[in-house]
Design a protein. Structure first.
Length: 293
């Protein structure tokens, strides 16, 4: 099957038209998708009609599936049966909107911050796949920022000061920023902080880029206040409008993005008026891919 990829932003983000994911991918199609995601960082596959098993089959063609972090939380029941599926929604098992104080709603607050999926895990997230099931009538966009384009725009001397720095990524830190419930005992055991390189070379495009997220808590070997100031400065620089694309969801959209070279955040919508339901899967990167040039 021949399909087209239309670039939607000057730096990144492609729209895939004419590929039916429900039928699976042959080797040539997989290579074409791989080439496109390496180049563009984010892809939207239009007009898909897939179930959870088909989403898992597609995502698993590109890496080892990660279990959802929600399996470690014990204060509410997961709606989805497969451990690899994350329920990105504001509804319960009956499809009814959850109360604003429900733990699931509170834990989702940090998704509104700029972040990179699973940067606090080892191995961290490689690709994320997010499939639209039910959308609000307005609002609820997802914004993406291109970390390679941001790096390219930095002065050469500034880049030299950043190479070699390591950053501690912590899920507890990002929850603290928005007032979400902190990690419980089981989460602390299974999701401890991890250290990542601040500057990484993407193995597919061979381009350097910043590796940032709201999970980035501190810089190794740097006084806390100084490290936080640097991380805040870099986050502000990397999320300038010239590096950002806002995805307006359409029914049947499946998004695939590369966590190694992009950040994203969920934009608000009227959750007391609209239900929103998406399914997320993430595959892990290989250990060798975490090295920088």
């Amino acid at each position: 099957m021949v399909f087209k990829v239309n670039q939607l932003h000057p730096h990144f983000f492609g729209e895939v038209v004419g590929l039916d994911i429900s039928k699976g991918l042959d080797d040539a199609q997989q290579r074409a998708v791989q080439d496109a995601i390496d180049e563009l960082g984010v892809l939207v596959f239009r007009g898909q009609s897939i179930d959870d098993d088909q989403q898992l089959a597609f995502s698993n063609r590109f890496g080892q599936p990660q279990r959802s972090i929600t399996v470690h939380r014990k204060d509410h029941t997961r709606r989805l049966q497969r451990d690899e599926l994350s329920d990105i929604s504001n509804v319960d098992e009956h499809g009814e909107r959850l109360d604003v104080k429900h733990p699931k709603r509170l834990l989702a607050m940090s998704t509104k911050l700029w972040h990179t999926d699973s940067s606090f895990r080892k191995p961290s997230g490689k690709y994320t796949f997010l499939c639209a099931k039910r959308l609000p009538a307005e609002g609820g966009n997802t914004e993406f920022a291109d970390m390679r384009a941001a790096w390219d725009a930095m002065p050469m001397e500034r880049r030299k000061t950043l190479r070699g720095l390591e950053v501690v990524h912590s899920l507890s830190y990002s929850r603290l920023l928005v007032g979400s419930p902190d990690l419980d005992e089981n989460e602390r055991k299974n999701l401890p902080p991890t250290t990542q390189n601040l500057v990484r070379t993407h193995p597919g495009s061979h381009r350097e880029g910043l590796y940032l997220a709201s999970h980035a808590a501190s810089i190794v070997g740097m006084p806390l206040a100084e490290g936080r100031a640097l991380l805040d400065e870099l986050m502000e620089f990397a999320t300038q409008r010239e590096f950002v694309h806002a995805h307006v969801w359409q029914p049947g959209d499946l998004l695939m993005w590369d966590n190694r070279c992009t950040m994203h955040r969920a934009m608000p919508f009227d959750e007391e008026r609209y239900a929103r339901e998406l399914r997320r899967t993430t595959v892990a990167e290989d250990a060798v891919e975490t090295e920088t040039a």
